[in-house]
Design a protein around this ligand. Sequence first.
Ligand code: NAG
Ligand code: NAG
Length: 309
Amino acid sequence: MINILIFVVLVVVIIVAEKFRRSSTSLLFKSSSFSSTKRAEKSISKVVSGDAKFLLEDKLPADLSRETIPKHVAVIMDGNRRWAKKKGLEPMLGHEAGARSLVKLLPLCCNWGIKVLTVYAFSTENWIRPRVEVDFLMKLFEKILKEELEFFMRQEVRVSVIGDSSKLPRSLQKIITTVTETTKRNSSCHLIMAVNYSGRTDIVQACQSISNKVKDGLIKSEDIDESLINHELETKCTEFPYPDLLIRTSGELRLSNFLMWQLAYTELYFDESFWPDFGETQFVQALHSFQRRQRRFGGQDEDKLVCES
Ligand SMILES: *[C@@H]1O[C@H](CO)[C@@H](O)[C@H](O)[C@H]1NC(C)=O
Ligand SMILES: *[C@@H]1O[C@H](CO)[C@@H](O)[C@H](O)[C@H]1NC(C)=O
């Protein structure tokens, strides 16, 4: 009797496992037969979570040195649309694949000792794109934040969003508040998403805030120095506001109004691959390139600069 019971339980378990395996592989392939925006949105979040969990245990590759691992890596995630075009797919699927790349990279950063990952998700100039694509992107941000919250908590990732989010869709603003508030005491690593961000606007708003403080007599104009400006920029949310390494994919050689003040001494790395193809191999190559360079900060002492920030 007991034997039969065990057998039945086993069969049920195997059937359920097989069903689960099929449904998760079909999710992976669904995106290539894109039929509706809704369906694609659904598939992305599931795939993304799966990958992220899978990578939780990754350790630093042996040929990278822990001592010189960058504390702050900034990424311009470029080439999603071109990736899709090359494959004859809708641009939306490129963004979706791009989101997958990001969520795969994040656990690597956490596990390898990179403290801050800042990604340029959407610039103030991106609004000129077709309406349907912009709407899709907004939905995608929302989806990622919602679906990955549990993962952020488990990995102890703090999430911040920089840029002007005051006119983003209400539902997106709400989830941004929830995620940033819920994760704000996490300290294992820090994901900063730049959404509707402009490096110059960041500097302009810092100037406005400082001049108001001078006007109100809170500070004197001779008090204005680099450190004070740092405290007014949006990157004040991290103790490492200056990226050590900037990665831009898809072969473009521009900064595109990203962290204009903060990138002054950042090492730049340009990769030919489109962002959705940028995986662990490419990331390790970028880190290698960084570790081979001697950073001089224009002759300044490195330690001094680190203390300043
Ligand atoms: C994006 O940011 C700019 C600059 O801060 C702002 O003027 C604009 O209203 C924002 N747009 C949206 C849709 O959030
Ligand atoms: C992550 O955040 C939770 C909730 O705020 C907090 O209890 C936990 O201590 C944080 N973990 C770390 C490592 O900071």
